[in-house]
Design a protein around this ligand. Structure first.
Ligand SMILES: [Zn+2]
Length: 443
């Protein structure tokens, strides 16, 4: 493709191809290449299109690489479709119009309309289907709900500000999948969506919201604009919106046209979260000019995750910080978290949420209503399991009344962080297996 760039440069220098000049003295662009895709931009004239076809033909003869005109499209901006058809047909190209998809992203579509987000919503629905929800544990579903943000909508969310309706729809799909609900059947949502999405440091799960991802990805462009104002895209945007004299006020400017107006709007949304965009990227004197550093990271570079963490930060929950560990299966740690938050489906918890049960007493001893602390610690069966577990770990047995007691008691025994972590993992595993044994008994 380097050869194609050389050919295009030579054609432009000799005046054979008239490139596109961005307004307000911006960069002059003739072509953009990505992998094996090529996009040519030039003045709209039959002469220019024919010359471009000639350049591509010469390139074919000299380099042996042929552009497939049957697969190519001609777009005219601000000209009639008849004219586009008249110019495109003789070359063997298809005439086309905006909007169109380029690298999976809609170009020229109004992304304020929910209908233009349909591909993202459909792919979300397919990935988070009901059958997958049934075959996975809570931990597995949680992993999928988190990881889906990493691939499917990132392209869209990094370029466009999603309308609230789209965010609600996507979050709704995630919620339903996590708790196993489907059309017509609503399962109990044991924890609020805030508890699932907000900060892990504050005791929640911290998978993050789609809104925080969207805003952070958009702000990344803003940081790139500051750090590298001479790059082609930055120069094009700056000139297009005539920002040369007012880059500082870029995000404060709500009068920008088109998609940039939405992007400028994220400043307001950040302010609602008490995050001032001006404080995220700070200007510092560097040599003869200035450099920009991000105040959220130690090395000064902007990282999407750092801004998301600030966005998702919240007060710590009353029971304190939950210790997450990656050394044991996620389903086991998630179960321990749910237990600590009082969010597991014991008979008592189900009956409190309106589920009609014949009997809410412990399935083993039958003496007392089944709460989490009874089923997992106080019941005779569970107590024996904990006695044996502590004995096996070389810790004296003690009278413990709740899961909280067990975890606090167990983790205070060792000074060595590794041994503490190991013991914590054993405790989480014991909780999980005691619960599995309870389920096997009940169902
Ligand atoms: Zn019992």
């Amino acid at each position: 493709m380097e050869g194609l760039s050389v050919a295009m440069r030579a054609a432009c220098e000799r005046g054979v191809f008239q490139r596109l000049q961005i307004s307000n003295g911006g960069p002059i662009i003739s072509h953009l290449l990505y992998a094996d895709d090529a996009l040519f931009l030039g003045e709209w004239s039959e002469h220019n299109i024919k010359n471009l076809a000639r350049v591509l033909h010469c390139f074919h003869v000299s380099a042996g690489l042929r552009v497939n005109f049957n697969k190519s499209r001609v777009f005219g901006v601000g000209v009639s479709m008849q004219e586009v058809t008249r110019y495109a047909r003789p070359l063997g190209c298809e005439p086309a119009k905006l909007p169109f998809n380029y690298l999976g992203v809609p170009i020229g579509a109004n992304m304020k309309h929910i209908k233009n987000w349909k591909p993202v919503i459909e792919r979300f629905q397919n990935k988070l289907s009901k059958w997958k929800s049934k075959t996975l544990s809570f931990g597995g579903r949680l992993t999928l709900v988190q990881s889906i943000l990493g691939n499917i909508p990132t392209y869209f969310l990094s370029l466009f500000v999603a309308p609230q309706g789209v965010i609600d729809k996507l979050e709704g799909i995630r919620k339903k999948f996590l708790w196993g609900s489907s059309e017509g059947t609503r399962k109990i949502h044991w924890a609020s969506w805030d508890m699932i999405t907000t900060s892990k440091e504050a005791g929640r799960i911290g998978i993050g919201t789609i809104k925080s991802l969207n805003v952070s990805l958009i702000v990344k462009w803003w940081s790139r604009l500051r750090v590298g104002p001479s790059t082609t895209w930055a120069a094009a945007i700056t000139s297009l919106h005539d920002l040369n004299s007012n880059l500082e006020g870029y995000y404060a400017n709500n009068t920008l046209p088109g998609v940039r107006k939405n992007i400028a709007g994220v400043r307001k949304e950040l302010l609602e979260k008490e995050i001032a965009i001006e404080r995220i990227m700070k200007k510092q004197p560097c040599g003869s000019g200035n450099s920009w550093t991000c105040s959220l990271t130690s090395d000064g570079s902007f990282i999407v995750k750092a801004l998301r963490n600030v966005w998702e930060s919240c007060p710590t929950i009353p029971i304190g910080r939950f210790e997450w560990t990656t050394d044991i299966p996620i389903k086991v740690v998630c179960f321990a978290w749910r237990e600590r938050m009082g969010k597991i489906p014991t008979a008592l918890a189900l009956s409190k949420r309106g589920v009609n049960l014949e009997n809410t007493f412990c399935s083993l001893c039958g003496d007392i209503q089944e709460c989490a602390d009874h089923a997992l610690v106080r019941c005779q069966y569970a107590r024996t399991v904990w006695e044996w577990t502590f004995k096996w770990c070389g810790i004296p047995t003690s009278t413990l009344l709740s899961v909280c007691d067990v975890l606090e008691y167990a983790t205070k025994w060792f000074d060595c962080p590794l041994r503490r972590k190991l013991l914590l993992g054993i405790c989480y595993g014991t909780l999980w297996n005691t619960w599995i044994a309870r389920n096997n008994r009940v169902f």
